[in-house]
Design a protein around this ligand. Structure first.
Ligand code: NAD
Length: 353
């Protein structure tokens, strides 16, 4: 038995692969295109481990995917591969349409052909798990109840629209062809190996480098945060016990305004790595122009996953954010290595306007 993970060199995918192999000997074929967000250094701890088979390639390459599925006798596909950064989707939506929509379509076609050729028992046991986001639901009013699985899709950015489209394709492959699919819609993740263009790692990196800590608009945008290994455990639980064709919301009940997240990071850094001049890192906070169409609030109701599949997160925001800061303090070399010239150029364009 083998699973195929796509996008397993990215932030969540690499955490998932490591978590999976820490708990099971079932091999993982890891298919990743290695875009700017994919990094084999995330998986350095698996070097020489025969259970991890890395293949560089595109989820849209039907021939390659067909070969991997057949060669390894794959029993489940977990699709993490995506273009994932909202700001990049605003600047250039094309890659998001290509990977998140066309790529997912091609992947589904390869999987459908393979699945159709399996014997009855293997067909029944097979799973296609699609990893998606709460951003497909759009923005929540201040006092509205958190998103559950019955909320309407109202994506507002090219990123969330492309993910919404991929969710619909996955759903349609179940209803039309009977493909055994599962979809998870998760809130914002944070933790080790998070690429430093996203809020939490960016703030830690900039703080330590003495640079401004960018706060979009008034900083009151609310996000619901989940520690990445809790997302991994939820995916594993849905894969094992989820009901076919269903979607499961995943979240940590940790709604925080962006500005409060930044203040918390500054407080932990002040304690762990005080600035030489004795000032708080919070003095580096700098308000920048808000992103167009910026959703005000996301909050996820993970009640279905908790009630039906008995999943609970292991970390609170307080324990998870502390672990995260300590990881970044101990892994400065990783941060420097992933911060290539191309990345630096992108960040400078975004935050020095
Ligand atoms: P990421 O950008 O860190 O990683 C994406 C990975 O996919 C990279 O390794 C990249 O090289 C790979 N990839 C991109 N295009 C590819 C293609 N065409 N073929 C093969 N590989 C390709 O993203 P992430 O934050 O780890 O997110 C993983 C998944 O989880 C995404 O589908 C995202 O929508 C979803 N998600 C993310 C969050 C979050 O907070 N980060 C929350 C909920 C859901």
């Amino acid at each position: 038995m083998t699973i195929l993970v796509t996008g397993g060199a990215g932030f969540i995918g690499s955490n998932f692969v490591m978590d999976w192999l820490a708990q099971s000997d079932e091999p993982v074929v890891n298919l990743d295109k290695l875009t700017y967000a994919g990094n084999l250094e995330n998986l350095a701890s698996l070097q020489g481990d025969a259970r991890h088979i890395f293949v560089q390639g595109d989820i849209g390459d039907r021939e390659l995917v067909a070969r991997l599925l057949a060669e390894h006798g794959v029993r489940a596909v977990l699709n993490f591969a995506a273009e994932s950064h909202v700001d990049r989707s605003i600047e250039g939506p094309g890659a998001f349409i290509q990977t998140n929509i066309v790529g997912t379509f091609n992947l589904l076609e390869s999987v459908r052909a393979y699945w159709g050729g399996l014997d009855e028992a293997a067909r029944a046991a097979f799973r296609f798990l699609h990893v998606s986001t709460d951003e497909v639901y759009g923005s929540l009013e201040k006092d509205a109840p958190a998103f559950n699985e019955l909320n309407r899709y109202e994506p507002n950015s090219p990123y969330s629209a492309s993910k919404a489209a991929s969710d619909h394709l996955v759903r349609a492959y179940h209803h039309t062809y009977g493909l055994p699919v599962l979809t998870t819609n998760c809130s914002n993740n944070y933790g080790p190996f998070h690429f430093p263009e996203k809020l939490i790692p960016l703030v830690i990196k900039n703080a330590l480098e003495g640079k401004p800590l960018p706060i979009y608009g008034d900083g009151q945008q609310i996000r619901d945060w989940l520690y990445v290994t809790d997302h991994c455990s939820a995916i594993r639980r849905v894969l094992e016990s989820g009901k076919l064709g269903e979607t499961y919301n995943v979240g940590g009940c940790n709604e925080k305004a962006n500005i409060d997240v930044v203040r918390t990071l500054c407080a932990i850094l002040d304690e762990q790595r005080p600035r030489a001049d004795g000032q708080s890192y919070a003095t580096q906070m700098t308000f920048v122009k808000d992103r167009p169409g910026h959703d005000r609030r996301y909050a996820i109701d993970a009640g279905k996953l908790e009630r039906e599949l008995g999943w609970r997160p292991a970390e609170t925001f307080e324990t998870g954010i502390r672990k995260t800061v300590l990881w970044y303090l101990e892994n400065g070399a990783w941060v420097n290595n992933v911060s290539s010239g191309a990345y630096r150029e992108w960040v400078e364009r975004q935050y020095t306007k």
